[in-house]
Design a protein around this ligand. Structure first.
Ligand code: NAD
Length: 352
């Protein structure tokens, strides 16, 4: 049994689905179901006894302690977070609450549980913390990619809150000897991606005939990783990662945002039966995000060297799969684009 937090979100739900394809080991999935949590992502597991969903807050230490005592997991994989940079700019408090205080409460519950385990279980236990490359700050065009020893320099409330949680996880290893692992990953994309993030936003806006917003000059560079490759990396680190170590996860796919949007428009022009003309005509430049980091790039050689992980998808193959997935899952898109999400997106993007 493993405990996953945030397993109804984008990466967490992909991880749970992949996990139960790869193994029969059951998963307890603790998720608060914020706007970003979507049980529809896990609909295929509705009748599957290997998946136990529990709605709850990682910040509720007593609840986490009860779950640990009841299910006796051999590992915790911690995805739960507030994850959207724009939201962290307009409302940072929730990011501190969940990413910092929530991670702290989870660590405390995990520490108490781990300390009381019998020797063999104690040795086998793992706490894997899923984090982001954004903690390293921004790179210039000629800088080397982020490695595991790059100093932290977070620039947004989101990345600062993730950096704080990374430091807490590190401290729990050095202070208490807790068997922790941390992964810092670049931008993910793929199925079940919530349409406030660039790639699904562009696909869904294009098809709805809406503007395709590009921040500033669109030359911000990100590294892109197909989500199932990230899930495979986490499984490798969980299985064989060295305790207390950090592993960077990336796709070796540096792309400027504008190029990503052009690629999406061109694939949609080919694959979308609704396409008329070119979706590129809907591109609209909007005011840049405050403090927008210019470039992220990941050096993932440690993970390849030590654990033999490499991404299976190229950007070209992954992005085509992603567009096709969104075209094939219109019900999921319609369902997710309702209620609170629509209110937020209208407020934040409509007037730009
Ligand atoms: P997401 O926003 O799609 O999902 C987050 C999930 O956490 C949601 O299901 C939400 O309901 C849940 N959650 C939020 N607060 C909670 C709380 N207090 N208690 C319990 N559950 C709570 O995020 P994502 O994109 O799937 O990211 C997952 C993790 O991976 C995050 O820690 C994020 O920082 C990290 N990460 C994401 C990316 C990316 O490109 N999306 C890249 C690198 C790292």
């Amino acid at each position: 049994m493993i405990l996953v937090t945030g397993g109804a979100g984008f990466i967490g739900s992909n991880f749970v689905l992949d996990w139960l394809v790869q193994s029969d080991e059951p998963v307890v999935n603790l998720d608060k179901l914020t706007y970003a949590g979507n049980l529809n992502n896990l609909a295929s597991l509705n009748q599957d006894p290997r998946h136990i969903f529990v709605q709850g807050d990682i910040g509720d230490q007593a609840h986490v302690a009860r779950l640990l005592a009841e299910h006796r997991p051999r590992a915790i994989v911690h995805f739960a977070a507030e994850s959207h940079v724009d939201r962290s700019i307009s409302g940072p408090a929730a990011f501190i609450e969940t990413n910092v205080n929530g991670s702290f409460a989870l660590l405390e519950a995990a520490r108490a549980y781990w300390s009381a385990l019998a020797a063999a279980d104690k040795e086998a236990f793992r706490f894997l913390h899923v984090s982001t490359d954004e903690v390293y700050g921004s790179l210039g065009p000629d800088d080397a990619p982020f490695s595991e020893t790059t100093p932290y320099a977070p620039n947004s409330p989101y990345s600062a809150s993730k950096a704080a949680s990374d430091h807490l996880v590190r401290a729990y290893h050095h202070t208490y000897g807790m068997p922790v692992l941390t992964t810092n990953c670049s931008n993910n994309y793929g199925p079940y991606h919530f349409p406030e993030k660039l790639i699904p936003l562009i696909i869904t806006n294009a098809r709805a005939g809406k503007a395709l917003p590009i921040y500033g000059d669109g030359q911000q560079v990100r590294d892109w990783l197909y989500v199932s490759d990230h899930c495979a990396a986490i499984r490798r680190v969980l299985a064989d990662g060295r305790l207390g170590e950090v592993y960077n996860v990336g796709g070796w796919n540096e792309k400027a945002n504008l190029d990503v949007v052009h690629t999406l428009c061109d694939i949609l022009d080919q694959l979308d039966p609704k396409a008329q003309g070119s979706y590129r005509e809907q591109i609209t430049y909007v005011q840049d995000r405050p403090g927008h980091d210019r470039r992220y790039a990941i050096d993932a050689r440690k993970l390849e060297r030590e654990l033999g992980w490499k991404p299976a998808e190229t950007f070209e193959s992954g992005i085509r799969k992603t567009v096709q997935w969104f075209l094939d899952h219109q019900d999921w898109v319609c369902d997710v684009q309702s209620g609170d999400y629509l209110k937020w997106i209208d407020k934040n993007y409509a007037q730009r």
